[in-house]
Design a protein around this ligand. Structure first.
Ligand SMILES: Cc1cc2nc3c(=O)[nH]c(=O)nc-3n(C[C@H](O)[C@H](O)[C@H](O)COP(=O)(O)OP(=O)(O)OC[C@H]3O[C@@H](n4cnc5c(N)ncnc54)[C@H](O)[C@@H]3O)c2cc1C
Length: 371
């Protein structure tokens, strides 16, 4: 038995005991639904108190100093047990990894232990009404004024912003430098005066993302993560984390899902050739994604492909399940909710079209599209 096998057995034991005690939070994906925030917070706090959080983060910042392979094992066993591996992706992965990579000692000490313990919730403040796919065109301004940056502008689609304590923010800090060069990256205290958060209702009926308005917000210069005007680099690393956040754990969840679909699909009495064909296609695509993920093994350059194939397949699975239900899929239940939720996953973190452009231009070396 290797050290990692022993670690896995311990993880399984901890999750099983916690589940039996009713302390875990059911798996929800990247964005914590509003009605599960408190459960997710206390599950994260419990995991941290027992040494099951921040596994590969530095010991001096609340982590256990283990390897990324240990974190992968944790994600895998959480997926198998269908419990959330963390409070939300925006904090535990996007904010924390960027702070580990680019933060000062003080920023690491301030934010990492509290994030690991589920004490603070993060949101991601990148997209704007006129800057989503073309993120480099963002217009929110943070202009230096003494010890502060004065922040003005608007963000949109900011998941979890209505209860976030901090946000990872991209804002323009120079009007002279070219588009991508004049952007900086901030760790924004969401309680600062001049920040207004307005939740948006999605077609599922939930309010998971928000509009965020900034009106002369005085942001302390110490909130800058990385050098001024180097925010594009920091943000691209964050997007790499976001798009690639689906390794072996994702394979396990996908396998479980496809098993359920296959069992229901083959058990359905009134099957016809079209439904059989659709089921077969889904299972073949699932098998191909699984093989692909095992082969790429988290390779950063292939994160856009992982994101593209995963979200397109999930969407097809949602459509298949709904179509198997016939008119019943129009009644609001779990299948309906999945169907209404899945188009968003093909857009969040960069749309499918954008992932295809990246793959075409950067990986396959095809001609760049006209700007
Ligand atoms: C569920 C959900 C959660 C989200 N959470 C967050 C969050 O927490 N924080 C955050 O900052 N953002 C978040 N977003 C926003 C997301 O990142 C953007 O919606 C996304 O980047 C697309 O930008 P846009 O909506 O402005 O669409 P646009 O960029 O306006 O694109 C509109 C359409 O045009 C297509 N298109 C645009 N440019 C090209 C091109 N060059 N080639 C081909 N097609 C193109 C797009 O694919 C899309 O179909 C979230 C989105 C969703 C759906």
């Amino acid at each position: 038995m290797t050290e990692l096998d022993r670690f896995r057995a311990e993880a399984v034991g901890f999750i099983e005991r916690s589940k039996a005690a009713g302390i875990t939070c059911p798996a929800f994906g990247a964005i914590v639904p509003p009605d599960m925030v408190e459960t997710a917070r206390s599950w994260q706090a419990h995991a941290f108190a027992n040494g099951w959080s921040a596994l590969h983060w530095p010991v001096e910042n609340g982590g256990r100093g283990l390897t990324r392979a240990h974190t992968t094992v944790w994600y895998e066993e959480c997926a198998r047990a269908q419990v959330a591996p963390y409070l939300n992706l925006q904090g535990y992965v996007l904010a924390a990894e960027s702070i580990i990579r680019s933060g000062t000692e003080e920023q690491r000490a301030t934010f990492l232990p509290r994030t690991a313990a589920g004490e603070i919730v993060w949101c991601q403040l990148f997209s704007e009404p006129c800057a989503g796919s073309d993120l480099g065109g963002l217009q929110t301004l943070a202009l230096r004024d003494g010890d502060d940056y004065i922040l003005n502008g608007q963000k949109v689609w900011s998941s979890n912003a209505q209860f976030a304590d901090y946000g990872i923010l991209m804002a323009r800090t120079s009007l002279d430098l070219s588009k991508h060069k004049g952007i900086s990256f901030f760790l924004l205290d969401m309680t600062l005066s001049g920040i207004e958060v307005r939740p948006l209702k999605q077609m599922t009926g939930d309010e998971e993302f928000c509009e965020v308005f900034f009106d002369d917000v005085a942001v302390p210069a110490s909130s800058l993560l990385g050098p001024e005007n180097d925010g594009w680099r920091v943000a691209m690393e964050v997007l790499g984390d976001e798009r690639g956040s689906f390794g072996e754990a994702g394979v396990i969840s996908l396998d479980q899902r496809l098993d359920v679909i296959a069992t229901a699909g083959t058990a359905a009495g009134d099957r016809n050739a079209v439904a059989t064909d659709a089921l077969a296609e889904l299972l073949v695509r699932g098998g191909a994604l699984k093989a692909f993920l095992q082969r790429v093994d988290g390779e950063a350059a292939l994160a856009p492909a992982t994101k593209l194939i995963r979200t397109e397949l999930t969407s097809a699975a949602d459509g298949y399940e709904a179509s198997m239900r016939g008119a019943g899929a129009m009644l609001l239940d779990e299948v309906t909710e999945q169907l209404l939720y899945s188009p968003g996953m093909r857009i969040a973190g960069g749309s499918s079209e954008i992932q295809r452009n990246i793959l075409g231009e950067r990986l396959l070396g095809l001609p760049r599209e006209p700007s």
